[in-house]
Design a protein around this ligand. Structure first.
Ligand code: NAP
Length: 332
């Protein structure tokens, strides 16, 4: 095991890599534990790795491919001395300084990394339908973000899966671009708030397919339709749509921190208002792991910058002496 690092960053999406750029440029030589590919929908680089064109990231007037954008983030961080390792953190101990982190399996007594400060940027994942075709078509007509991809569906027929506020919000937003938006819901009653329901029912471009589940997706290189099944009759039919937005909820990647870091009922990490500090001194959180409201690459990057500055200032305030953890938890 090596010497404690000044900063270990867990996660390599826009939040983690922006933290890496800033802490590297502050000469803190950060270590980024970037994750490990486990499936097409779970790999280092975060959710932008699942996107094709990104047209709303400032600074790219002609747009940029999601994976290319993340490769740029990565090389920018490496250029200033950030070290990146492709592994997954499997356990943490934030009860003593330096903090202890284990990567890979199996977890042994000896931690893999020691850290004076940690930035948690493990992101969130959109819940998916778990259809094999999702892996092939994600970012190719199949999307989990209307704000990101709605623009590509001008004048087309598209659908949204889900019956909660997210689904209706996405559907309403998508009517700015598409000719029709079909909301596919597995029951005959929406979970969404009444006001959102009223708005959606009033919108002439929105249609509802009740008691319906998506069971397959059509198209090899881009989405051409969805196979849907009526849950009451079992009958299947094809819905010819070129866009399908899955809006059945999100889950923050925080299982690792349960019982250690404060989180809300949905599992998002709580940070001190106006900053990125968690309930443990020296541990900061950035990006979607602590934000269920905005969830944009640019807001994640912004909070990654905040976490880097917070960590840098916190380390500076500690001087050479290890912090006294008995003074925590922090009240705010
Ligand atoms: P949600 O409220 O949990 O709704 C998820 C929806 O997806 C439900 O209708 C559920 O169906 C459906 N669903 C879940 N798994 C499914 C599956 N495997 N196949 C098909 N359908 C599936 O999630 P959300 O809409 O993302 O909202 C999360 C929270 O954020 C809520 O508290 C919501 O009010 C809030 N929110 C608020 C706003 C707003 O106020 N503007 C916007 C977005 C979100 P069932 O109904 O059958 O369970």
């Amino acid at each position: 095991m090596s010497e404690p690092r000044n900063v270990v960053i867990i996660g390599s999406g826009p939040a983690g890599l922006t933290s890496a750029i800033y802490t590297a440029r502050a000469n803190l030589v950060p270590l980024v534990i970037e994750g490990e590919p486990s499936s097409t929908t779970d790999q280092p680089g975060g959710q932008l790795m699942l996107t094709t064109d990104v047209e709303n990231y400032p600074g790219f007037a002609d747009g940029v491919l999601g994976p290319e954008l993340m490769a740029s983030f990565r090389s920018q961080a490496a250029r200033f001395g950030a070290e990146l390792v492709t592994s997954k953190v499997t356990a943490v101990d934030f009860s003593t300084q330096p903090f202890r982190l284990w990567a890979g399996e199996p977890v042994t007594d000896e931690p893999t990394h020691l850290a004076r400060s940690v930035i948690v940027a493990t992101g969130a994942r959109s819940l998916m339908l778990n259809l094999p075709a999702e892996q092939r078509l994600i970012g190719r007509g199949l999307s989990t973000c209307a704000t990101c991809d709605g623009f590509f569906h001008q004048g087309s027929h598209i659908a949204v899966v889900g019956g909660g506020d997210s689904a209706l919000e996405e559907a309403l937003f998508l009517t700015r671009f598409a000719d029709t938006v079909t909301v596919i819901h597995r029951r005959d009653e929406l979970r969404a708030s009444k006001i959102m329901q009223e708005r959606a029912f009033k919108n002439e471009k929105i249609e509802f397919r009740w008691n319906t589940q998506v069971v397959d997706l059509l198209g090899e290189t881009s989405l051409e339709g969805a196979v849907v099944r009526d849950v009451a009759t079992g009958e299947t039919s094809e819905l010819p749509v070129t866009g399908l937005f899955v809006a059945i909820g999100h889950r923050p990647n925080t299982d690792l921190f349960r019982g250690i870091l404060d989180m809300d009922d949905a599992g998002y990490l709580r940070t001190r208002p106006g900053g990125t500090a968690t309930n443990i001194e020296g541990v900061f959180a950035a990006g979607d792991v602590q934000d269920h409201t905005y969830r944009q690459a640019v807001t994640a990057a912004g909070s990654g910058c905040m976490a880097a500055i917070d960590a840098e200032r916190w380390l500076e305030a500690q001087g050479d002496a290890p912090p006294d953890l008995s003074l925590t938890p922090t009240e705010w």
